[in-house]
Design a binder for this molecule. Structure first.
Ligand SMILES: Cc1cc2nc3c(=O)[nH]c(=O)nc-3n(C[C@H](O)[C@H](O)[C@H](O)COP(=O)(O)OP(=O)(O)OC[C@H]3O[C@@H](n4cnc5c(N)ncnc54)[C@H](O)[C@@H]3O)c2cc1C
Length: 449
């Protein structure tokens, strides 16, 4: 194999499996080689676009035989560089596996191809919804959401993607297809490999389809944004909401700093008047949702929305936050979590921790407060040489937290995994990985081997 290129014979083998039109090379690969933030850029000697599970199996059999490393890619909305060919890997795009079966009304479940965008699953049945809601849902795919165990805006109610899974179809590194899609709620017949593939970031197998449990579509949702003095009040009110609002769906935090950037760059007029430093967005459904949220907000300044258009307007303040840091530069997206009791310490202290290593850095924080999750977005002024991660992840580890709440380890965080996973745990990971992929061709630079 020549540097940066694949032998013609290999390209012909791929073309024999997926068709010549679906073996992309040269300029046509550019969009597949850079991530959403622009921080991770690589080079793909080829992008392969199989149409179905059989073609995925055919591609993997060829790669296994020739020892060609691959990076699976769905919607390419991942935020840790895990779907980008950082070391010249072949990209295996699952976008064409976009078959969505009819909803099984008896079970409230649906089987979706790996390339189906999450929004299509959410809209598959007027009375049902997908429990996972993320701002990237128009592009993020079922396969990517399973592979990252995506979390998002409703984890407090429905759990992450792993909790929605009732089965998986996947192709192992050597091209073997494994399939368990009957959707049985009770099925104790051996290892739960669908659960294991959730969060495996393309390192164990290529997911080709998932059986997903849908949830009842929330009735009459009400959204409020409450203005508060800082993380302490935000945390206290979110904890109170968890205890007293039975229909609670979301509890989301953001600050004036992020809102000011969005006001300047995206024309978002702040939702509340006056100098409000911190915001808590709460959403609840059910007959008493409006009264429950009003009682909770009490005398705090609050914006309330009940119609779909008004709710979308309030949600934009939170859902556009992932873009905010990007308006200032190329951000480092450090998605972390801590035990509930440490969240205020994290949210109030992380700014100082970053300033200590890079006084000119810009910081935008927001996140899923009820899950102990904080998205720490750093736009460095100093060189991005690992000092920001050292500082933030070290602080998080000292609080007993995790360096990845929901985005995964990817390429961004591989170096810091030992901070929170012991040597015996990492050795176990390596043995599991070797059992699934002995030749080491699946996303070899994601998660330490
Ligand atoms: C604006 C914005 C908001 C976001 N909000 C959230 C949020 O709230 N919560 C959250 O959890 N994430 C969030 N994300 C991150 C991202 O959308 C999720 O990680 C999503 O699940 C990735 O799906 P994807 O199809 O884009 O996967 P990709 O980015 O294509 O891939 C992600 C990882 O999964 C692997 N992979 C992809 N498809 C497969 C497959 N079929 N089989 C095996 N491995 C595969 C890749 O190799 C890579 O390691 C957000 C991203 C953006 C841009």
């Amino acid at each position: 194999m020549t540097d940066g290129e694949l032998p013609r014979a290999l390209l012909r083998e791929f073309a024999a499996v997926v068709g010549e039109a679906h073996v992309l090379t040269g300029d046509a690969t550019a969009g597949y080689a850079v991530d959403w933030t622009g921080r991770f850029r690589g080079h793909a000697p080829a992008v392969l676009r199989p149409a179905d599970t059989a073609e995925v199996a055919g591609v993997l059999a060829v790669c296994h035989e020739a020892c060609v490393p691959i990076v699976p890619q769905g919607g390419n909305t991942g935020l840790v560089g895990g779907g980008v060919p950082g070391h010249g890997e072949v990209v295996l795009s699952l976008a064409r596996l976009d078959r969505l079966d009819p909803v099984d009304a008896d079970a409230g479940q649906v089987t979706a191809g790996a390339g189906v965008p999450l929004q299509r699953v959410a809209g598959a049945d007027p009375g049902l919804d997908l429990g996972v809601l993320i701002a990237s849902r128009d592009s993020a795919t079922v396969g990517g959401a399973v592979a990252t165990n995506a979390g998002g805006l409703r984890v407090l109610r429905y759990g992450p993607m792993r909790a929605q899974l009732r089965g998986v179809e996947a192709v192992l590194a050597d091209g073997t297809v494994v399939s368990h899609l009957a959707g049985l709620v009770k099925d104790n017949t051996g290892y739960d490999y669908p659960g294991l593939l959730a969060g495996s970031e393309g390192t164990l197998a290529v997911i080709t389809a998932a059986r997903i449990q849908l949830v009842p579509r929330p009735a009459g949702p009400v959204t409020v944004i409450v203005g508060l003095s800082g993380p302490g009040e935000v945390h206290a009110l979110a904890r109170a909401a968890l205890r007293t609002v039975p229909g609670l769906l979301s509890a989301e935090f953001f600050t004036r700093a992020g809102l000011d950037v969005l006001a300047g760059h995206a024309d978002l007029v702040p939702p509340l008047r006056g100098p409000v430093p911190a915001f808590l967005l709460l959403e609840a459904a059910g007959l008493s949702a409006a009264e429950d949220l009003a009682a909770l907000a009490g005398d705090y300044p609050v914006a309330v929305a009940t119609t779909p258009a008004d709710r979308a307007r309030l949600w934009a303040y939170r859902e556009r936050h992932p873009e905010a840091a990007g308006f200032l530069g190329v951000p480092l997206k450090l998605d972390v979590s801590v035990p509930a009791a440490q969240w205020v310490t994290l949210a109030t202290g992380v700014g100082e921790v970053v300033q200590a290593v890079d006084p000119g850095a810009r910081l935008i924080i927001y996140g899923h407060v009820a899950d102990g999750n904080l998205h720490v977005n750093v736009v460095p002024a100093a060189e991005a040489d690992g000092r920001h991660e050292d500082a933030v992840f070290g602080f998080v580890a000292s609080l007993g937290g995790s360096i990845s709440a929901e985005h995964g380890i990817g390429a961004l965080k591989a170096r810091w995994l030992p901070l929170i996973r012991s040597a015996p745990e990492r050795a176990l990971f390596a043995r599991i990985r070797a059992a699934f992929d002995p030749a080491g061709i699946l996303n070899p630079h994601v998660l330490p081997r």
